[in-house]
Design a protein around this ligand. Structure first.
Ligand code: DGL
Length: 300
């Protein structure tokens, strides 16, 4: 094993959305250590423009490389991937850099009606990268594309409030309803959209709202799992996979509990924004204790 294999994997997003990707990474790579950055002081990225998002992407990547000596970077943000993944790769040519993009190809494979909805930020859906991706599948299905201004921010804000009756949570529901209604009919009949691509990592945390609005027949597609598998492939190819800790294997329940515990200890979450908000999100979405979270003052 390469000496650097023991180093952590850096994961980042404009905020809490990338936790949905971190969840998949933890499941796929249970022996790895992760440092997650929520750049919440500068969120949302989706309506800020490419230059701003690229600048933040480089600031966070440089921070993770210099302060945490990461061995790989996962850009768990569609908007940052669209704006800056190429530059990030040339900035760190020797480090695996994994990005995320809307699951258009899986959607084509999945859809029976051939009509597919895609939601994301303006930054992602208006990007040249997305246009190029769409061009590869455009003749294979019909796509209804909707930028959801304000939805990532509303999801970010909703984390602090757990109750469904909470007004901020209602804002998530209201925006989901407004945007999906504007897209047209969902369902499994001919002419209806039977698949919705979640082209923003935050939207995974609105899955319940969206599914309730669209009905059980509509499939929501996110990209955390393929990204986690791609991260494994790149680490494997570079000889950078962490080895299994001694005495830990897949077997009885006791070993599983121990692995879960180690999971928590192996993940550090940092924010450039509000610490309490990150702690609430970490507990709610990843069942990680507050002590795993800290402020990244350098990124403010
Ligand atoms: N979670 C991000 C994405 O996947 C961006 C949300 C935002 O900051 O606008 O695009």
């Amino acid at each position: 094993m390469h000496a650097a294999a023991a180093a952590p994997i850096g994961v980042f997003d404009s905020g809490i959305g990338g936790l949905s990707v971190l969840q998949a990474l933890q499941a796929e790579l249970p022996h790895e250590r992760f440092v997650y950055v929520a750049d919440s002081a500068h969120a949302p990225y989706g309506e800020r423009g490419d230059a701003f998002v690229a600048e933040r992407t480089h600031a966070v990547a440089d921070f993770l490389v210099s302060q945490h000596r990461i061995k790989a970077l996962v850009v768990a943000c569609n908007t940052a991937t669209a704006a800056a993944i190429h530059e990030a790769r040339s900035r760190y040519p020797d480090m695996p850099v994994v990005g995320i993009e809307p699951a258009l190809k899986p959607a084509v494979a999945h859809s029976r009606t051939g009509r597919i909805g895609v939601i994301g930020t303006q930054g992602t859906l208006g990007s040249a990268k997305f246009a190029a991706l769409l061009a590869t599948v455009q003749d294979q299905a019909q796509f209804v594309i909707q930028a959801c201004k304000g939805l990532a921010y509303a999801i970010e804000m909703s984390t602090m409030q757990a109750a469904a009756s909470d007004p901020t949570h209602t804002e998530v529901h209201r925006l989901c309803a407004q945007y999906t209604e504007a897209m047209g009919d969902f369902g499994k009949d001919p002419g209806q959209m039977d698949t919705l691509v979640l082209g923003c990592t935050h939207y995974v945390f609105a899955t319940e709202d969206l599914q309730r609005l669209l009905g059980p027949e509509v499939t929501l597609l996110s990209t955390g799992e393929p990204v986690a598998r791609q991260t494994r492939r790149l680490l494997e190819a570079a000889g950078l996979l962490a080895s299994t800790p001694a005495g830990q294997g897949i077997g009885d329940g006791k070993e599983h509990t121990q692995a879960m515990l180690q999971h928590a200890q192996r993940t550090q979450l940092l924010t450039s924004g509000d610490l309490a908000a990150l702690q609430a999100a970490a507990l709610r979405w990843l069942q990680l204790p507050a002590k795993q979270c800290a402020l990244a003052l350098e990124l403010r």
